[in-house]
Design a binder for this molecule. Structure first.
Ligand code: ATP
Length: 319
């Protein structure tokens, strides 16, 4: 293993830079050449590749985004695109590849692995939607961003006696809403995994108001319903002025939390170590605070389990 390539793919996630830093520094420490592949699988198809050194990753551990940039690349998912990537891997003498990204990026990594390219995946997505790992890099930073927003919205919500719907990312996975809702003390949390009765949301709002509560925060996962229609319905049923805040892409950026940086450093280190041990076709993850690695097929087939226990605690604590 003389040369390892590293790329970031799919949606960016805070902590990707900390993981890139860990890969580069662990590689160089072990006398391995590290090539940075730009803009995800696009760079692998086009040969947009640069050798990295110790200073290429200086001063990035605290930065959001990814210095390698990221992209979605439909061409890579075609036979033609895959062949182009395999040619570039040969031309640049890449002996192993580390892919940072979500589910889709891992499927791409698996196609390379199936063609005999030693490949390791590091889970990076703010959604926390990968079943084989307790957490993905970027998730806790996104939760912090949402909790910070909830605290600010709560101030104005209390001052005016309004209800506020805070729409967060997570089209198919309610973890951002659940964790941020629990940490932010939201009155209601609406996620794709659980059916929510709007009348129950309204009842809670009215009961809270009757005992003097001034604010009401409803955290809504995007895609579960239309936030503005929901606000209208709540207003009609409770007479509480109801405002909507859609947090959008601010959840993707920002300085990664310590937790994300620590996970990223451990996972980046482990990914290089696995390649040096001759292991390949594996996804790195974390379970019960231990760094683990699983075969791509096994990792990709694990169903995500929604934390119903936490959802129930959030429900009870918000009575
Ligand atoms: P996020 O969770 O943030 O959306 P992701 O990694 O799941 O990240 P995708 O857009 O699904 O993001 O995938 C990123 C890239 O991975 C795609 O643009 C494509 O290049 C590659 N990819 C996705 N699915 C496949 C597949 N089945 N086969 C080959 N390559 C794939």
């Amino acid at each position: 293993m003389k040369t390892i390539g590293v790329l970031t793919s799919g949606g960016d996630a805070p902590g990707m830079n900390a993981a890139i830093r860990a890969v580069v520094r662990t590689g160089i420490y072990n006398q391995v050449r590290i090539l940075g592949i730009k803009q995800g699988y696009n760079g692998l198809i086009n040969g947009n590749i640069e050798e990295m050194n110790l200073s290429s990753v200086a001063d990035i551990i605290h930065r959001g985004g990814t210095i390698l940039r990221t992209a979605r690349c439909d061409e890579f998912a075609t036979d033609d695109g895959l062949n182009k990537a395999l040619n570039i891997i040969e031309v640049f003498n890449i002996d192993g590849l580390i892919v940072l990204g979500g589910d889709g990026s891992f499927k791409g990594a698996k196609t390379l692995s199936d063609k005999g390219i030693p490949t390791i995946g590091i889970p990076c997505t703010i959604d926390n939607d990968m079943g084989y790992t307790d957490y993905t890099i970027g998730f806790y930073t996104a939760v912090e961003t949402v909790v910070d927003a909830i605290s600010k919205i709560r101030d104005t919500s209390s001052s005016h006696g309004r209800a506020n719907i805070v729409e967060v990312m997570g089209r198919h996975c309610g973890d951002i809403a659940l964790y941020a809702g629990l940490a932010g003390g939201a009155e209601s949390i609406i996620v794709p995994e659980e059916n929510t009765d709007i009348d129950a949301v309204c009842r809670k709002l009215i009961q809270g108001r009757n005992r003097g509560k001034l604010h009401s925060i409803i955290v809504l996962s995007e895609g579960v319903g239309n936030a503005y229609e929901m606000a209208k319905e709540i207003e009609e049923k409770t007479s509480a002025e109801t405002r909507v805040t859609i947090l959008g892409h601010i959840q993707r950026g920002g300085t990664p939390t310590s937790f994300d940086r620590i996970m990223a450093s451990q996972m980046g280190y482990r990914a290089v170590e696995l390649l040096l041990e001759g292991k390949a076709g594996r996804a790195v993850g974390v379970r019960q605070n231990q760094i683990i690695d699983l075969d791509f097929d096994e990792a990709l087939s694990q169903k995500r389990v929604f934390r119903k226990d936490m959802y129930e605690i959030a429900r009870i604590l918000s009575i």
